[in-house]
Write a protein that binds this ligand. Structure first.
Ligand code: NCD
Length: 334
């Protein structure tokens, strides 16, 4: 895979070698993210951060990752504040904004919109989530986290068992992660969701074609020897109505008791976040916060490393980052 100057729109662009390349650079980003040293390799470069859908960690971690490489960030949030609200096409918006940025990260509620935008862009575009379709950078940070967590437990991605729970229909993170896992061997998927929110057939087909095993169920029952439990939020913003979303809220909850009953004591708990902590949903209870296997905040930290690696690669500076190192003068957290 050629990174320099390329858009990152879908996980289908990646092969195992490309993933390893991203992860090896992500590993090298740790001292910068921990503020043990800083680099200004991207000094003068501008990231256009365009978020036309709510976002906290994706938007801010894209921005932080760019800042940590020494670049500047220009934010546009919300459809109503942009000319898209005046009927401007994605193509025109892309032509214009790519004249103001060296790279663009974009999130939009419509499937395929980021790819459409990229066609008009003169600079690389990174997909920060397009509707229910894809979220490639989240999938990469999830995979990076899975690899780190499993290595800690002495096991591997090849041969692992992953349980995905919740809204598998509208959740783009599970779509992208499942597709990325198709590059690995002999994975077992347990897909747990209300029948109406089952994993789309195209993703199931990909899992099947990769030779993986899978079980589809609408019950969390029995003891699952899963290595990873990937919990998700009901994607209420993609339902035809709130009443319909209400039918599914709180259907699959995970708390310490449920975890103990259905999972191994070493099962790693993941969630792309945000978790919906309102009482009627609460799919990932706060009583798991001190469980050492809760990896959700390791995921968010890893997101910065992976996004730094993607920026470095798409802007072609991955091999010279350390040449622009500087010491840090302020108190650094341990
Ligand atoms: C996810 C998303 O936006 O798809 N969040 C994220 O980017 N970390 C999942 C979600 O919103 O539930």
């Amino acid at each position: 895979m050629k990174f320099a100057g390329s858009h990152i729109l879908s996980v289908s662009q990646f092969d195992r070698e490309a993933i390893e390349r991203v992860f090896s650079i992500a590993n090298q980003m740790l001292p910068y993210a921990k503020r043990q040293k800083r680099t200004n390799v991207l000094e003068g470069a501008i990231l256009g951060n365009l978020f036309f859908e709510p976002s906290t960690r994706t938007r801010v971690s894209f921005g932080s990752a760019f800042n940590l490489l020494g670049g500047d960030v220009r934010e546009t949030t919300g459809m109503s504040n942009s000319a898209l609200a005046k009927g401007e096409s994605l193509y025109d918006t892309a032509r214009v904004l790519s004249g103001y940025s060296d790279i663009i990260a974009m999130r939009h509620p419509a499937s395929g919109s980021v790819a459409e935008f990229a066609e008009g862009s003169r600079v690389p575009v990174i997909n920060g989530g397009d509707g229910a379709n894809e979220h490639p950078t989240q999938a990469l940070l999830d995979l990076y986290t899975i690899e780190k967590e499993l290595t800690f437990h002495g096991s591997h991605i090849d041969g692992m068992h992953i349980a995905m729970i919740g809204d598998l229909k509208y959740g783009r993170t599970v779509h992208s992660l499942s597709k990325l896992l198709c590059l690995f061997k002999n994975i077992r998927f347990t897909l747990i969701s209300p029948r109406e929110l089952a994993m789309p057939q195209a993703v199931i087909d990909a899992i099947e074609n990769a030779g993986h095993r899978y079980t589809i169920t609408d019950q969390l029952e029995g003891h699952l020897d899963a290595d990873i439990c990937y919990q998700t939020r009901i994607q209420e913003e993609r339902f035809p109505s709130q009443q319909e979303a209400n039918l599914f809220r709180g259907k699959f909850r995970l708390n310490q008791d449920i975890y103990t009953k259905h999972f191994q004591s070493k099962t790693v708990i993941m969630h792309p976040l945000p978790r919906d902590s309102r009482a009627e949903a609460n799919e990932l209870d706060n009583d798991l916060n001190l469980n050492p296997n809760l990896a959700i905040f390791r995921q968010t930290d890893n997101g910065v490393l992976v996004r730094m690696a993607l920026f470095a690669l798409t802007l072609g500076v991955q091999d010279i980052i350390h040449k622009f190192d500087h010491p840090v003068h302020w108190h650094v957290r341990p």
